[in-house]
Ligand binder design. Sequence first.
Ligand code: CP
Length: 305
Amino acid sequence: MTRHFLDLSDAGPDAVAAMLADALERKAARAGWPKGRPDADAPLAGHTLAMIFEKNSTRTRVSFDMAIRQLGGTSIVMDAGSMQIGRGESIADTARVLSGYVDAIMIRTDDHEKVVEMANYASVPVINGLTDASHPCQIMADLLTIIEAGKPLPGLKVAWLGDGNNVLASIMEAAGLMHFDVVAACPQGYQPSDADVARGRGRARVVGTAREAVEGADILVTDTWISMGQSHAETKLNAMLPFQIDTALMAQAKPDAKFLHCLPAHRGEEVTPEVIDGPQSLIWPEAENRLHAQKSVLRWCFGQI
Ligand code: CP
């Protein structure tokens, strides 16, 4: 059966744990190597990954491109607007055509149903590179970063400060699968849906104040509140500002708590510069880990994990 990675639950907890262990091992094995040099075993030699972007990207685009190269394969990167799907060709037809050319497809789109449809019609693995509903590749990198920081996942308290978006939905799903707790502090009107909270299988909850979420937390996470390029959304920003992560809020968490942000960031909005650029921040290894985690996702899609 073709293995698609649309959400963490497509793999399940054992495979997620195995992918994370594989990512740590492969990262260590190539420490200090030039980025473009393939891994010694080049396990996906001859494979091609097609990437379709309906939305802007820096990390997802470059990290997937380098991931397939380091695994010995190649990539084709396309903006949806320059493809025929940008002019009305169906996802189903595109999926069937691409399946004849390439070995896997990664797609980023605002509409989760398009990724589901791509997977329904493709005969090669389809990977969710972010939708309006979830961002599983980001969460794989986040989990890897947390483990790498010496914090085993079971029993951790993760605090989310911000709105109920796609990244939070995937963190909640991860909490349910990997047995940690996520407490989300979200202002009225910006809370996650009940369905997203249910993805946490009883390990996700929503509170009304930042302090309640952060008290005793091991990990603090936020995300940009206003999408890059959007005109300033003042109403939203005003509602969100009590949830900004600053040094005073960090001090309410455990003394060795860490800060994560998937980037891009607006310093001075969701987080202060002192925190995001401070000693508890793991944003740079988190960004790098997109590459290492996705190499394992790709290997899982091809049955190598
Ligand atoms: N975090 C993330 O997905 O970054 P990009 O939007 O740059 O891909």
